[in-house]
Design a protein around this ligand. Structure first.
Ligand code: HEM
Length: 498
């Protein structure tokens, strides 16, 4: 009794559902046309998968080739699988291209087990320790914000308030936070070395998701072809390896274990300590493993946070009344003589509720990261064989009408109680749920709060006149990004822009 689903085609399974839904699946095709009449072009994978659940139920199956994939829809089912049955559903599948690139090391794609647990625990604790000691995160984030604000101000003066794209600035600031934490270096305009590293990572991701290299997942031998995307992906991989290994070597050569400068130093010190206490063959800590951890922090921590920030500023431009309410709250609590700090968070409930509501509406990692059943099990009456890929549709959880009133409406007050204080909702899970919950949740929340409140304090954001409102459906890559947009950015009070 496996979960129901559309009939797979020989060899390709239901691959077409992901690629060309209009042509391959009549059912989903009809839905798409219906949908497009009201919201043109908006049937991205998370929506298509939600639509399919209306035919097959909250637990249904699809096939890619002969690989079974189970899609979980709605809060109750997602929580039941990832939280209550975490022992079975916390593994990651062995996706050929990902395995080639990561060797199943690091954290994000590592198999569920003692090595993943040990590495995750160390990194999680280390990230948290940055919040406290000498390597404090708040000044680090505020420094990046200062640069963003100065640049916005400069552009405003130079272009006399012409609309600007916010993406490059936000992305640079977010990358700098991760880079300062992990490598102890930030990207300055003149720093070609680190810019090249970022470009290479972005290109690598693009090739993995949006190029013929995707076919390596079906025919792994394609990886060795000497042309096109296949050749390029090997080159990108080699270049990233050379870069990061060199940075790690420089850290090793100048390491002072009592004065760690960043995560690399802390990891190297831990590696040395573990080797001494349990022996080199018994510990999972090594320079080789560290390389994959650094890659993970960039991959998991940059696009996610950048796109959430870009969504927030887009939503504020589309909903000027909400923007004004956020600004009024910040003005009355913080004023203009200083920038907002983390200690203001509890006094800015409407601002926090607005951040949460944007995260709910956009679910920036809409399909989480694929999970896998580590053993054959019976889940809610269905047999799920060992090795089945599990996709929790987090986007569907945030649009679940059984837990949210009018889920398609943008309404920050749903996160406030009758006293205007934050109302925690357990079905709000932009960072996932269960043992594979986002490891960077605390860091991301700090960044989002500081950046959003500070930008709202310093500037107003407005859509260009005379243009149709931008689509709010976004573009699905690994994360859900807003479509490129530009806005007018107007300084509010001069002092707070610095
Ligand atoms: C995993 C969301 C920022 C590190 C995840 C997952 C989600 C998520 C949904 C997958 C959960 C699952 O597989 O069930 C987000 C969002 C972010 C964000 C919405 C920003 C707004 C960050 C940052 C970092 C980070 C800043 C690192 C510093 C990770 C890691 C994992 C992960 C390492 C894999 C955890 C594991 O497999 O054990 N994140 N994330 N994330 N995230 Fe984030």
């Amino acid at each position: 009794n496996v979960p129901p689903g559309p009939k797979p085609w020989p060899l390709i399974g239901n691959f077409g559902h992901f690629l060309v839904p209009r042509f391959v699946s009549k059912r989903i095709g009809e839905r798409r046309e219906e949908h497009e009449q009201t919201r043109p072009g908006s049937l991205s994978p998370q929506v298509a998968l939600l639509e399919l659940s209306k035919f097959y139920g909250n637990i249904y199956s699809l096939f890619i080739g002969n690989q079974m994939i189970v899609i979980l829809t709605g809060y109750e089912v997602v929580r039941d699988a990832l939280s209550n049955r975490a022992d079975v559903f916390s593994d990651r599948p062995d996706v050929p291209l990902v395995t080639i690139m990561t060797k199943r090391k690091g954290i994000v794609f590592a198999p569920y087990g003692p090595v993943w647990r040990q590495q995750r625990k160390f990194c999680h604790t280390t990230l948290r320790s940055f919040g406290l000691g000498r390597l404090s995160l708040e000044p680090l984030i505020l420094r990046e914000l200062g640069e963003v604000k100065a640049e916005l101000l400069r552009t405003h003066t130079e272009t006399q308030g012409a609309p600007v794209s916010l993406a490059p600035l936000v992305s640079n600031a977010v990358s700098n936070v991760i880079s300062s934490i992990s490598l102890g270096q930030r990207f300055s305009q003149g720093d070609r070395e680190l810019h090249t590293l970022l470009d290479l990572m972005a290109r690598g991701l693009e090739l993995c998701v949006n190029s013929p290299a995707v076919l390596i997942n079906v025919f792994p031998w394609l990886y060795h072809l000497p042309f096109g995307a296949f050749k390029e992906i090997r080159q990108v991989e080699r270049d990233i390896t050379v870069f990061l290994k060199e940075i790690i070597a420089r850290h090793r050569d100048s390491l002072d274990p009592d004065n760690p400068r960043d995560l690399i130093d802390m990891y190297l010190a831990e590696t040395a300590q573990q080797r001494e206490s349990v022996g080199a063959t018994e510990t999972s800590f090594s320079e080789d493993y560290l390389f994959y951890i650094i890659g993970d922090l960039f991959i998991a921590g940059t696009d996610t946070t950048t796109n959430t920030m870009l969504w927030m500023l887009l939503y504020m431009s589309v909903y000027p009344d909400i923007q004004e309410k956020v600004q009024a709250e910040i003005d009355s609590v913080v004023g203009f003589s200083r920038v907002p700090s983390l200690t203001d968070k509890a006094s800015l409930p409407f601002t926090e509720a607005t951040i949460m509501e944007v995260q709910r509406m956009t679910a920036v990692v809409p399909l989480a990261i694929p999970h896998m059943a580590s053993e054959t099990t019976v889940f809610r009456g269905y047999t799920i064989p060992k090795g089945t890929v599990i996709i929790p549709n987090l986007w569907s959880v945030h649009r679940d009408p059984t837990v949210w009133d009018n889920p398609d409406d943008f309404n920050p007050t749903r996160f406030l109680d009758q006293n205007g204080q934050i109302l925690r909702q357990e079905s709000f899970i932009p960072f996932g749920i269960g043992r594979r919950l986002c490891m960077g949740e605390q860091l991301a929340k700090m960044e989002l709060f500081l950046m959003f409140s500070s930008l709202m304090q310093a500037f107003s954001f407005r859509l260009p006149d005379g243009l149709p409102p931008p689509s709010m459906d976004g573009r699905f890559g690994l994360t859900l990004a807003p479509l490129p947009y530009t806005v007018h950015v107007t300084p509010r009070e001069e002092g707070v822009c610095q």
